[in-house]
Design a protein around this ligand. Structure first.
Ligand code: UT7
Length: 319
């Protein structure tokens, strides 16, 4: 049996920090409102010339160093992003060049905030099949570029960053199971409904969200998908050392923990300092807890994501 094992992790955050108090005064929001309704205190904002592939590069270098692997050993790169550098080529190809990982095939996946889970599950299949041995999986976002900074309903919620995981083939677990879901009938509750047409943006280039509907949907499916991936792994909730949900809103995290009957102390929380970094939020949170020594080798992690599409999914893994 070939497992996909986490060999190393890394992350990158832009140096500019924007606290709630530093948000534009014209938004008519407050630090108290944002903290109470979301748990967010600050977010990182990319520099004007900083692209998703730049953040991905920093995170990937860290992950490769942690895995003690050189870039030329990577045979596949998968980048999850909704804020790619270009329409094409893929951010994964741009990252491959920057990393000089010339033995790797490279492609992007687009599943918005579930993107990293989709990418990780895809990478696992490549490793399990025996076709690839070292896969670099990255979530990288510059969401600050697609926010309407006049819309307090959305712009206070998001931040920029990247997280990376190197998976390697092993006869030890590893990823036990992964599950993925989508329901495109809910496409309009979280979207950037625009495209490039004859040199113009047609539609809107800004994120739009029906916050309440997203909230309710997220709590429901995060509960369901956690149980589903554990059932597939023949594992129980008691065996989970850490729940690592997509970092969207502290109230979503708390409600999920409550529904699952998991002690909130076992739920990873980096939302307060990173805000919602979409596809980057899970690998950023994972790397944060590994580097601070909270997550240790041998522990069992339940990673779960939910986001635009609508998409949702989970991965159960022994670190
Ligand atoms: O990655 C997945 C993507 N996103 C999410 O998971 C987000 C899911 N949704 C949420 O996190 C929450 O729904 C929000 C944080 C977006 C909103 O919280 P809420 O408790 O659902 O508030 P609400 O939408 O019911 O709005 C309550 C009030 C409204 O005022 P009125 O209409 O009651 O007078 C909003 O205009 O709060 C107002 N409001 C704000 N006030 C101050 C909305 N945003 C802000 C703000 N500052 N930033």
């Amino acid at each position: 049996m070939i497992y996909a094992q986490i060999a190393g992790t890394g992350s990158a955050l832009p140096s500019q920090v924007m606290t709630n108090a530093q948000l534009p005064a014209s938004l008519e929001t407050s630090d108290a409102w944002i903290q109470e309704r979301t748990g967010i205190t600050q977010r990182h904002i990319a520099a004007p010339n900083q692209l998703a592939s730049d953040l991905a590069l920093q995170a990937s270098r860290q992950a490769l160093a942690a895995a003690n692997l050189s870039a030329d050993t990577i045979d596949l790169i998968i980048v999850a992003t909704s804020t790619p550098d270009y329409v094409f080529p893929s951010t994964a190809c741009l990252l491959q060049a920057k990393l000089e990982a010339f033995n790797a095939a490279a492609f992007d996946v687009q599943a918005v905030c579930t993107g990293f889970i989709y990418a990780l599950a895809t990478a696992e299949k490549f490793i399990r099949s025996g076709s690839h041995r070292h896969v670099l999986v990255v979530g990288a976002e510059v969401f600050s570029r697609i926010l309407d900074w006049n819309d307090r309903n959305t712009c206070v919620l998001f931040g920029d960053g990247a997280g990376a995981v190197v998976l390697r083939a092993s006869d030890q677990p590893g990823i036990h199971a992964s599950v993925l879901h989508a329901d495109g009938r809910h496409a309009d509750i979280l979207s950037v409904p625009g495209n490039v047409n004859r040199g113009q943006i047609e539609g809107s280039a800004f994120l739009q969200m029906a916050g309440n509907q997203v909230f309710k949907f997220a709590v429901k499916v995060l509960d369901e998908v956690a149980r589903e991936v554990l059932a597939q792994s023949h594992a129980t909730l008691e065996q989970v050392d850490w729940l690592i949900p997509h970092q969207a809103n502290v109230r979503i995290l708390e409600a999920t923990a409550k529904r699952l009957g998991i002690d909130p102390a076992r739920v990873v929380m980096t939302l307060d300092k990173h805000a919602n970094t979409s596809a980057a939020s899970i690998p950023l949170a994972l790397d944060d807890y590994i580097r601070s020594g909270k997550i240790t080798r041998g522990q069992r992690l339940l990673l779960q994501g939910v986001g635009g599409g609508f998409t949702w999914g989970a991965v159960y893994v022994t670190y």
